[in-house]
Design a protein around this ligand. Structure first.
Ligand code: GLC
Length: 560
């Protein structure tokens, strides 16, 4: 019988179509040297945990040299390792050890912007207006008298105008440069051949070292409108019904696809699949799957699923439209519940789901809404089974397998996200999902670092140990054992991973579908128990009544 595991063992070139990818935020995963920041040797020490969990690949957030103005998303050298995280030898050892365990390694590439400490930007500052060095970035004169106003109305994702002004060599206020994120993250100019060459060389550098793929940061942002036209109030993502031809001036510009065709050619020049996953926030399905045409990216994060509230109608609609759009280009969908930018699923689903506002699902959006964390936990467990049963691949952000909640009460002064400073504290940012992981029930950092080492870079709550791996190990009711059981079934079941589903009508509050051969997933999003069909229960997210599925519970079934 062909199963995910047997296909894997046979060197299946399509492994990425079904892969469960575990996201490691290196600062927060495991701290081997006791400096309070996670590191590569910490990841190495925990690879047995990941092998036991049963994931197919790891995606590691940026580990390159960085001044850490945006936790590593400000890269000053794309072909080296940040000393806080370790050495190139550590990185190579990690890749070899992961591969020996059958775990693929995906890195994170940041092509929209560099650090302001990147040699190119330093050269651009020194060289002055009109120089070839400035042409690799997006420098412009300001508007208004004395050029005192930014060149256009674009806004930074982290608050305020998307432009920063430089002081020229003569000491006078000079040109402005574009930076859609922090001031220390200048956007590069993708019309420049050096930029293409630099990033393609970086892809090859890591592919040559055995890396299996890249997650592409802000993939929909690289190309800007040639005239830098004002946004002029245009909403983004563009709503349904937006006429073709209406484009946002700096998100999802059509020219971005040419870049990824070139990248795909680089990946395809290697033996064995080297794959891409795009971070693409564009809303409408057909704009997302345009990136997944056969000569572009392999996969993209499905943020529409992540953003859908825990309501059967919303989820059914999202799943259906996701699958249809992906099928049209022959790409597998991915199912994503969280990452390092959004509120942890337990805390997100704890909010009243009919009152969750649309928009970016960070904690900021939920402030003021009451939280029922028990309900959040039940729903996050059911959502885990749902996401792992749907056709395609899935992502698990480190700590999801422990059911970690968002840490909501980090004091403002301890928060590190540049969004906090960029908005003058009006937005509390994304630190709440980045709190260093608990591995043990006690110890000065709950096993994140050596006992007595430096305090973790973000404070852990005093009761953090109750969510630790050690506390959950062997407890059949725990999150950890639920994930292990589900991934074990998934790895051995011929119906799971890539493929198709058939919906079953089990009532308006139930998501029920079958997959061939012989698999069923039932999820109850209503308030009353619902009957389950005849079949053997493979895994359930909570205790089952007598043949009935309680509220906020999911079950996987072997059907006759
Ligand atoms: C992506 C990353 C986020 C980062 C931003 C700028 O959205 O996921 O963490 O702040 O890009 O690089």
């Amino acid at each position: 019988m062909t199963t995910l595991r047997s296909r894997e063992a046979a060197g299946d070139t399509d492994w990425w179509r079904s892969a469960v990818v575990y996201q490691i935020y290196p600062r927060s995963f495991a701290d081997d040297n006791g400096d309070g920041v996670g590191d590569i040797n910490g990841i190495r020490s925990r690879l047995p945990h990941l092998a036991r969990l049963g994931v197919d690949a790891i995606w590691i957030n940026p580990w390159y040299p960085s001044p850490m103005k945006d936790a590593g998303y400000d890269v000053s050298d794309y072909r080296a390792i940040e000393p806080v995280f370790g050495t190139m030898a550590d990185a190579e050892a990690l890749m070899a050890e992961a591969h020996a365990l059958g775990i693929r390694v995906i890195l994170d590439i940041v092509p929209n912007h560099t650090s302001d400490q990147h040699p190119w930007f330093q050269a651009a500052l020194a060289a002055g207006p009109g120089s070839p060095e400035r042409a690799r970035y997006i420098f412009r004169d300001g508007r208004g008298p004395g050029g005192d106003l930014p060149p256009n109305d674009w806004r930074s994702e982290f608050g305020g105008p998307a432009w920063s002004r430089v002081t020229e060599a003569d000491g006078r206020p000079g040109q402005w440069y574009l930076r859609l994120f922090a001031p220390e993250q200048p956007d590069v100019n993708w019309d420049h051949p050096d930029v293409h060459a630099e990033f393609e060389q970086s892809l090859r550098f890591w592919f040559d070292r055995g890396v299996d793929g890249f997650r592409i940061d802000v993939a929909h942002g690289l190309v800007k409108d040639a005239g830098l036209a004002d946004v002029a109030g245009l909403e983004f993502p563009l709503p349904d019904g937006t006429p073709e031809g209406v484009e946002h001036p700096h998100w999802d510009q059509p020219g971005v696809h040419d870049i990824f065709r070139r990248w795909r050619a680089v990946a395809d020049s290697y033996d064995g699949p080297r794959v891409f996953c795009g971070e693409i926030w564009v809303g409408r399905d057909h704009r997302l799957t345009a990136y997944l045409r056969p000569d572009e990216l392999h996969t993209a994060f499905n943020f529409n699923f992540l953003m859908a509230p825990w309501l059967a109608s919303a989820l059914r609609e999202t799943i259906t439209s996701t699958l249809a759009a992906h099928a049209a280009v022959g790409a597998p969908a991915t199912w994503v519940l969280g990452n390092h930018d959004v509120c942890r699923p337990v805390s997100r689903y704890a909010r009243p789901q009919d009152r969750v506002r649309e928009g970016f699902p960070s904690l900021q959006g939920y402030l003021g809404l009451p939280a029922d964390l028990d309900a959040g936990r039940r729903r996050a467990r059911a959502a885990a089974l749902l996401s792992l049963a749907l056709p395609g691949g899935a992502y698990v952000f480190a700590g999801e397998e422990l059911g970690l909640p968002e840490v909501e009460d980090i004091p403002l002064e301890a928060r590190q996200d540049p969004m906090v400073a960029g908005t003058g504290g009006a937005n509390i940012g994304r630190d709440g999902c980045r709190v260093p992981l608990p591995w043990t029930t006690d110890g000065s950092s709950f096993g994140f670092g050596p006992d007595g080492g430096a305090a973790p870079w973000l404070p852990q709550p005093p009761d953090w140990g109750r969510w630790s791996t050690a506390a959950q190990e062997g407890d059949p009711a725990s999150f950890l054992e639920l994930y292990r059981a589900a991934l074990s079934v998934r790895g051995g079941h011929p119906a799971l991973g890539d493929g198709a589903l058939a919906w079953v009508d089990a009532g308006p509050d139930v998501l029920a579908f079958t997959r061939e051969p012989g698999f069923g997933c039932w999820v109850n999003l209503g308030t009353d128990p619902v009957p389950l069909p005849a079949g053997r229960v493979l895994v359930a997210s909570g205790p089952l009544g007598d043949g009935a599925l309680p509220a906020d519970t999911a079950a996987w079934l072997a059907l006759g």
